[in-house]
Design a protein around this ligand. Structure first.
Ligand code: MN
Length: 226
């Protein structure tokens, strides 16, 4: 199995959306998914394939590239990874948070409602393009982690549980400049079952090579419990 997971993967593929393009309406429109998945995500994957061809990353998995690359290759790989994670963070059949995750949320943020408030505030405050993540850090704390541009939790040793894309291309068709309204809508399609599965998943939050500036920069969010 370990061999299969590490087999050469020179060509990264755009994953299918796990639901129909109109399945998240009215919260995320068909037109948004058509562009966001079909144009933006596809563009990152295709550009990545072009960039890594003939380089040391040609046979690397996407995770290996995210952990070890820098510059444009890192940006393209991380955007590819982030969007694949984003599609799974949403579902047309959103269910209430399960008990185990709910207890962790209550312990870390006070309540689900306070987590949502903090998430929204971080999203609105995030300057420019980026992502807002619910993550489990290596010390088992849950936190809301904003990242800029293509950065993602793998780079700081965090285990991603759920994400929301706050690049304008994620919401401008549906909400224009109203990022707060987009976050409010996001909760209607947030896949808490996916978040709960990620929480119980083992072994993917080990120390990455680069725990440097981003972690220090973001650690201030740790004391921030809304
Ligand atoms: Mn995006």
């Amino acid at each position: 199995m370990a061999h299969a997971a590490r087999s050469p993967k020179a060509h990264h593929e755009l994953p299918e959306l796990p639901y129909a393009q109109d399945a998240l309406e009215p919260y995320v429109s068909r037109e948004t998914l058509e562009f966001h998945h079909g144009k933006h995500h596809r563009g990152y994957v295709e550009a990545l394939n072009g960039m890594i061809s003939g380089t040391e990353f040609e046979n690397s998995t996407l995770e290996e590239i995210v952990r070890n690359a820098s510059g444009t290759v890192l940006n393209l790989a991380a955007q590819s990874w982030n969007h694949s994670f984003l599609w799974k963070s949403m579902t047309p059949a959103s269910k209430p948070v399960d008990d185990a995750l709910k207890r962790r949320i209550q312990a870390n943020f006070g309540s689900l409602s306070l987590l949502k408030q903090l998430f929204k505030r971080k999203a609105v405050e995030a300057f420019g393009s980026g992502w807002i993540w619910l993550v489990e850090m290596p010390d088992s704390r849950l936190m809301v982690l904003p990242t800029s541009n293509a950065e993602n939790p793998l780079r700081v040793g965090g285990k991603a549980l759920l994400t929301c894309d706050v690049w304008e291309h994620a919401y401008y068709i549906d909400y224009r400049n109203d990022r707060a309204a987009y976050i409010d809508a996001f909760w209607n399609v947030a896949d808490w079952s996916f978040a709960a599965q990620n929480l119980t998943r083992q072994g993917e939050a080990s120390s990455p090579p680069d725990c440097g500036s981003l972690l220090r920069q973001k650690a201030m969010g740790a004391s921030d419990r809304g």
